[in-house]
Design a binder for this molecule. Structure first.
Ligand code: ADP
Ligand code: ZN
Ligand code: ZN
Length: 747
């Protein structure tokens, strides 16, 4: 039984259906080469699955004979960094999701399945010829290979050698055997380092001298970095105040000290300028761009490049927060207020919040930047958790644009039908066209109001699966559901009152594009950007690039063109309907409306001319609109915070949404109610419960949805209490429930 004595225990986190590490044994020799994060194959029930070596702790009490043996080692080199292992545990606890779902977000599938990076065989001549062998002059094929290799300074791939010398793999093998040529291998790197993000329009980078405010922020950041411990700092800088230059200084500092940097942007395809500026500024670094369009091979290579320390900068959207950087020292979250940072699928994490936690685990500095910081971050500054640096002025002291509020109620009086574009906005557009200046027309949502409304009886065509209005698409004459994809030909007659006078015009981006084309001179070049175009990544980039180069006069688009774009020649921004975010049933509605208006206004007048913004609204006196007009961030925050505090809304409490779904409407309603009365009776402590209620969208893809909300000061305590109750709650197998911690999108 000597062999048995040498067995050592390890804890392995299975990948495939078990949510905590299990004890396995393996021999001492293997264990001495295993590392935290090594990938092994283990038995799990009747299956064989991959697993990650999670710890080397010995569990005294476990029954030795029941412990199973590690089957094999897939790879000794860790597939995850130590800090990410810790982060996976934290994320799964905080967001009430499985640890495995977090690991899936961290490790690309091929790596989890044990696939190695693709490599190729390289050959070179052994110039020392230490074996003193020679080739017979009759072995022409071998001589050819040696001659070919002797003419090359660096190793060359075996495939190339075979191709150029028309020899066989056998010839190569015998030369290798003789020791005349050397073999090596090289990992093929498919990382997207190419210049797809290079924008010809801004190739010329003039050297920039930081202004006083920027210098002050940089000084504060350098001080944070010199302390070499965890810190979060909010960079509150108005649009165009040069935040990016400040981030770059911080990055340079960190790279010089051998650290690496994670740079988050809300959406990579919206940040081509940031990416190309990064590449130019850090041209000696391999900047990894991490985005959703990466092929599986590219993702694996990008991942390898980071975990091996080959690349020290990664820029990407929210999922990049889990990129395996070693020696992480700095995390930057640009436009930290953006809701795109919240993942609406399991694991339902918020990348900004994870950024702060990851910085804490790695003793890094976390920089959050925005012109309109979230109330969550402002609250953390007030509580002294975050530091803050202000950039109150635009670069070169350019003026903020002039904002005009257009009261659409008055426009409606003048006009019998509801107007889409006000007279003043139309005139402003015409003026820009005459002066050959650029304009942006901004609409809150794709398809908004392109619903099929009957002006006689008010009937609206809705989706049979989702209980939301269908949207009319002019291109093919279909009505479509944006949630489930249901489509049907647009009817010519109202289903209810049989009227033929159906109004299918509405305010869609397409409708605005048509209208502008009618109103402006023929030569005006108009382009539209909406979610349809976003799916064609190159087209979107092309449009933005054309616009920047002045090949487009008027750009019409949805919120995606409000995010951080910098177009110096734009002097007019029109906001078609500022009220929509206010009409949504959501306590964050005014915060969203405010952010949107300020961000959109920031698009105007970035060049040498002061910009003008026209905001069309049916509610001009709404505080968020008034504060946005005056660019009064502090005023807005004061008023909004008071409301949040009064109702115990975030950021004063955490909001957890508990969603129940079922194909059976009766069951989902019954169980949601039953659960609600159970928690109401049993939950003690500081949790406020709201609901149950049908979700705003009651039915999605055939599933009925009901939900309730918990407001709590401590997510951990609330989840503990709810978990205890939930384990003994007899939920019908036809009903499923999901927790959404720090919920954003309530649909
Ligand atoms: P923000 O991220 O705050 O909107 P950016 O960093 O993108 O601002 O800067 C806006 C523009 O101003 C960029 O084109 C940038 O190159 C330029 N810029 C930034 N700082 C300076 C400076 N100190 N002097 C001149 N131009 C600057
Ligand atoms: Zn009708
Ligand atoms: Zn639908």
């Amino acid at each position: 039984m000597k062999v048995h004595d040498k067995n050592c225990q390890i804890q392995v986190q299975p990948l495939g259906g078990f949510d905590q590490p299990l004890t396995y044994v393996t021999d001492q020799k293997t264990i001495s080469s295993l590392k935290l994060g090594s990938l092994v194959r283990i038995p799990l029930g009747k299956r064989k699955v991959a697993g990650i070596v999670w710890s080397f702790d010995q569990h005294e009490k476990t029954d030795k004979f029941k412990i199973r043996r590690v089957l094999s080692v897939i790879q000794f080199t860790p597939v995850i960094t130590k800090d990410l292992m810790e982060l996976a545990s934290w994320t799964s606890k905080y967001y009430a999701c499985s640890r495995e779902s977090c690991l899936e977000a961290m490790i690309p599938t091929p790596i989890r399945e044990g696939m190695q990076a693709k490599s190729r065989r390289l050959l070179s001549l052994d110039r020392s010829n230490s074996n003193q062998v020679s080739v017979s002059s009759r072995a022409t094929a071998q001589l050819k290979v040696i001659k070919f290799l002797s003419e090359r300074k660096s190793p060359i791939s075996a495939t190339e050698v075979i191709k150029h010398t028309s020899t066989s793999p056998n010839t190569i093998s015998s030369l290798v055997k003789k020791g005349l040529i050397l073999e090596s291998s090289e990992i093929i790197d498919r990382t997207a380092y190419d210049d797809e993000f290079m924008d010809s329009a801004d190739q010329v980078e003039h050297s920039i001298t930081l202004n006083t405010e920027q210098l002050k922020a940089v000084k504060e950041i350098k001080k944070d970095l010199s302390e070499k411990s965890f810190k979060t700092r909010l960079i509150h800088g108005v649009t165009g105040s040069g935040k990016t230059e400040v981030y770059f200084e911080a990055m340079e500092n960190v790279l010089k000290q051998g650290g690496s940097v994670l740079f988050l942007v809300p959406e990579v395809s919206l940040a081509p300028q940031t990416v190309s500026r990064l590449r130019k500024r850090f041209s000696s670094e391999k900047v990894v761009v991490w985005h959703s369009h990466l092929s599986s091979g590219e993702r694996v290579d990008a991942w390898k490049s980071l975990i091996t320390g080959n690349s020290r900068i990664v820029v990407g959207a929210r999922s990049a927060i889990f990129a395996p950087l070693s020696k992480l020292r700095l995390i930057i979250v640009d436009e930290e207020h953006e809701s795109a940072y919240k993942q609406e699928d399991t694991p339902r994490y918020h990348a900004r919040d994870i950024a702060v936690v990851r910085a804490k685990h790695t003793d890094s500095l976390c920089l959050l930047g925005s012109a309109t910081p979230s109330l969550e971050s402002i609250n953390n500054v007030r509580k002294g958790k975050y530091g803050i640096s202000h950039l109150r002025n635009r670069v070169d002291n350019r003026e903020l644009p002039l904002i005009h509020l257009v009261d659409m109620r008055r426009e409606a009086e003048k006009n019998r039908t509801l107007p889409i574009l006000s007279q003043s906005l139309i005139e402003a557009l015409r003026e820009r066209c005459a002066n050959r200046e650029q304009s942006i027309l901004f609409l809150n949502r794709r398809g908004f109001n392109t619903t099929m409304l009957c002006p006689d009886c008010g009937h609206v065509e809705t989706c049979k699966n989702c209980s939301i209005a269908l949207t009319y698409h002019k291109t093919d004459g279909y009505l479509k559901c944006h949630l489930c994809g249901y489509r049907k030909p647009a009817p010519r007659q109202c289903k209810e009152c049989k009227s033929f006078d159906l109004n299918r015009r509405g305010h869609g981006t397409q409708r605005i594009e048509d209208l502008v084309a009618e109103l402006l001179p023929k030569r005006t070049r108009i382009r539209r950007v909406d979610a349809d175009i976003m799916t064609k990544k190159n087209l979107f980039r092309e449009i933005l690039s054309d616009f920047r180069q002045g090949k487009i006069d008027v750009l019409v688009g949805t919120q995606m063109i409000a995010k951080g774009l910098d177009f110096p020649k734009v002097t007019l921004v029109g906001v078609i309907d500022a009220d929509l975010p206010l009409r949504m049933e959501d306590f964050r509605a005014s915060e969203r409306a405010f952010q949107l208006l300020v961000q959109v206004s920031g698009r105007a007048g970035r060049g040498n001319r002061t910009g003008e913004v026209y905001v069309q609204t049916y509610a001009p006196h709404t505080p968020s609109i008034q504060y946005a007009r005056k660019a009064d961030f502090e005023g807005f925050v004061e008023e909004e915070m008071e409301m949040r505090q009064e109702f115990n809304y975030p950021p004063y409490r955490h909001l957890i949404r508990h969603l129940f779904r079922s194909r059976s409407e009766a069951k989902v309603e019954f169980y949601t109610n039953m659960w609600a009365s159970l928690v109401n009776k049993n939950i003690v402590g500081n949790i406020t419960i709201k609901g149950p209620a049908p979700a705003p969208i009651e039915k999605i893809k055939g599933y009925y949805r009901h939900h309730l909300f918990y407001f709590t000061a401590s997510v951990k305590k609330a989840l503990d209490e709810l978990g205890k109750l939930r384990r003994n709650f007899p939920l019908d197998p036809d009903v499923h429930d999901i927790l959404d911690v720090d919920s954003y999108q309530i649909s």
